[in-house]
Design a binder for this molecule. Structure first.
Ligand SMILES: *Cc1c(COP(=O)(O)O)cnc(C)c1O
Length: 378
């Protein structure tokens, strides 16, 4: 069976994880955590980054940082993972869902303004499949209405928008290092990216259980105490060490993923010309990170048949997401703004093909072959 995903492993993680295990600091913000954060700050050219136990936790920190209060409204797409919404719902916000663009599956920036009310506090764009949202337009709207922008960049590590790394435009942004993402910190992990200096000091406090311990370690205060709300948002040094090993090989991982992505794209382009499937669109001002390869079939019936055909051929392909506004919690905590023209329709005909670092040429060629076979028979 060709699995849908296999966690990336490049071979030098062992060395760093063992080194961390034998070191004298195993809790959060140890030497490897600081090395990773420095790596990201250099790579992104951003103000500050903080490792977190997950992207979900980084978004929870963002919701606390922008001071979400009960009754506030937060705008986001419905076509996304639950973790885009939960961090804001946990603080009492109401989620306002906006339709997506069918070409990128990202929030339709032209519909955002109509969803804004006097209760709106933030916009949360999701860079689906590592393809950037139209951040120029989104930031212009946020500016005009004095809103915060928190980028769910979970899938967008190593993506670019107008030659700038994705995750550096919004006030805050979050990456995920879950095992299904391009790089992982040993299965679970995330990063909070801070692009606005107002948030740096308070982010460290919230992450350290509401204490000023970070300042204490830097010798800025002579004792540390409870100064704000907070939680424990630090991953262990083992996770940071694993991630550090991956970051040193990030170019290698990216090259392999791009190779697979382009093989799929070229291998299936004939089906596009024959009008049988649609392939992802990448706007000219965006460079994607080959996080995901998806195609769209005619409708949900074709999708079920196609997934079954692949399964019989020994290939596990999947689909996602059940639009949040159609889920029971989505109905309770959110509301769709305007018309659902594309969210439900496009999500029900999308299929994700296997794409992972250790995937062999033979395996992705057999996925292409089985896909062509299916569409030749229908
Ligand atoms: C993976 C993902 C998340 C959650 O990431 P975790 O690190 O598992 O918390 C959130 N949003 C999107 C769009 C994702 O793809």
């Amino acid at each position: 069976m060709i699995p849908f995903n296999h966690p990336p492993y490049t071979g030098n993680e062992d060395h760093f994880v063992l080194d961390a295990m034998r070191g004298s600091k195993l809790c959060g913000d140890g030497p490897y955590a600081l090395k990773c954060q420095k790596w990201f700050e250099d790579q992104l050219g951003c103000l500050k980054t903080l490792l977190t136990p997950s992207c979900t936790h980084a978004l929870e920190m963002a919701a606390i940082l922008i001071d979400i209060q009960p009754g506030d409204e937060v705008i986001m797409p419905s076509y996304t993972f639950v973790s885009t919404a939960n961090p804001f719902v946990l603080r009492g916000a109401k989620v306002i869902f906006v339709d997506i663009r069918p070409d990128t599956m990202n929030i339709d920036e032209t519909l955002i303004e109509a969803a804004i009310t006097d209760k709106t506090k933030a916009i949360v764009p999701v860079h689906y499949a590592g393809v950037s949202c139209d951040m120029d337009t989104i930031m212009r709207i946020a500016d005009k209405y004095k809103l915060f922008v928190v980028e769910d960049a979970a899938q967008a590590f190593y993506s670019y928008y107008k030659n700038e790394p994705v995750g550096t435009r919004g006030h805050l942004a979050a990456f995920s290092f879950h095992e299904t993402k391009n790089v992982t910190s040993g299965g679970e992990g995330g990063l909070l990216i801070i692009n606005d200096k107002r948030f740096v000091q308070r982010a460290e406090i919230i992450r350290e259980k509401g204490t000023n311990r970070s300042q204490f370690f830097r010798g800025m205060v002579d004792k540390y105490t409870w100064v704000d709300v907070g939680s424990s948002y630090l991953p262990s040094e083992i996770q940071a060490a694993y991630l550090y090993g991956q970051l040193l090989n990030a170019e290698k991982i990216q090259a392999k993923r791009q190779e697979i992505w382009h093989s799929y794209y070229n291998g299936l382009s004939n089906l596009v010309q024959r009008g049988l499937i649609e392939l992802p669109t990448v706007p000219e001002d965006s460079t994607h990170n080959a996080h995901m390869f998806y195609l769209k079939v005619d409708d949900i019936e074709h999708r079920t048949l196609f997934l079954n055909h692949l399964k019989v051929a020994g290939i596990l392909a999947v689909f996602h997401y059940v639009p949040l506004h159609s889920a029971s919690a989505g109905k309770q905590f959110g509301k769709f703004s305007g018309v659902d023209k594309f969210t439900t329709k496009e999500s029900s005909r999308l299929v994700r093909l296997p794409l992972y670092y250790s995937m062999s040429l033979k395996d992705y060629e057999s996925v292409i072959k089985a896909t062509i076979e299916f569409f030749n028979q229908v």
